[in-house]
Ligand binder design. Sequence first.
Ligand code: SAM
Length: 280
Amino acid sequence: MPESPNAGWNDFRRVGALYDAYSIFYAIAVNAASLHRGYYVGPEDSTKFSEAADRLTRHVATYLDLSPGDHLLDIGCGTGQPDILIAQETGCRVTGLNVGSGQIAMARMLTEAAGLTDRLTFELSDGLSYPFLDGTFDAVLFFESIAHIPDKEAAIREAVRCLKPGGTLTVVENFEIPHAGTAQWRSFLEETMRWYPSTVDDTAKMFRSTGLALERVVDLTEQTEDAYRRALEEASARQDEVVRFLGAETGAGMLDGLKTLVETLAGKIEFAVLTGRKEG
Ligand SMILES: C[S@@+](CC[C@H](N)C(=O)[O-])C[C@H]1O[C@@H](n2cnc3c(N)ncnc32)[C@H](O)[C@@H]1O
């Protein structure tokens, strides 16, 4: 087999396949197309997970500083559901990149159903290098995706290269609470989810070292920390459907995986939005 031009590509394809499977599970178990947390206004908020997830996207859209016609690059775009909502909210165009071909297919189908094919395109590509010219985009977004990229600084540098001067880069992510995790905890996340958590401070340093002026850090931990537990509750209530569509072994495995994720992240993760602006 020829050597991959990108040493990390095979590993990226594995995380892509993992999320391709999750996207099907989420559709069945919680009726959601987005693969990120949900935004809740408090413990009494009984909003369904899928709506809370879309609410988080709309909230994130308010930070992106996009006007009609602007061009957003979304790295690790999932099924494209966040891009559809962001395009509807702001009037922007979006190019979405992902390492999962199943998610790319889903993104193209959802875009067609939403009547947005003139503004949204999706390509199979990893978040470390892509063939866009310098200064192509008005904004770049990593929405719960950069945690899966081991060399985050390289990913941010490549994103900054493609940003117009004055454009914004936004990272919405689960960050490790400083000193909360152990080496064993990190290895477990890496082995099971290809997840390499960083802290808010380390990420802010990477913004500065890649030529971004840090403009905003918003802590959304309180609004989002219960999201995966709620998703698990909804998914467990739909266990029969999960097993009917995915089979007993895969269905039970996916439900167990979600339970493990909830337990593994509890008390160790904060959730935040960081925005930086390209200087020059
Ligand atoms: C937690 S999901 C979030 C998906 C989407 N941004 C959303 O908010 O619904 C993580 C996404 O990152 C993608 N991903 C992981 N590693 C990547 C990489 N190296 N390059 C591009 N996408 C990647 C996965 O395939 C998946 O779609």
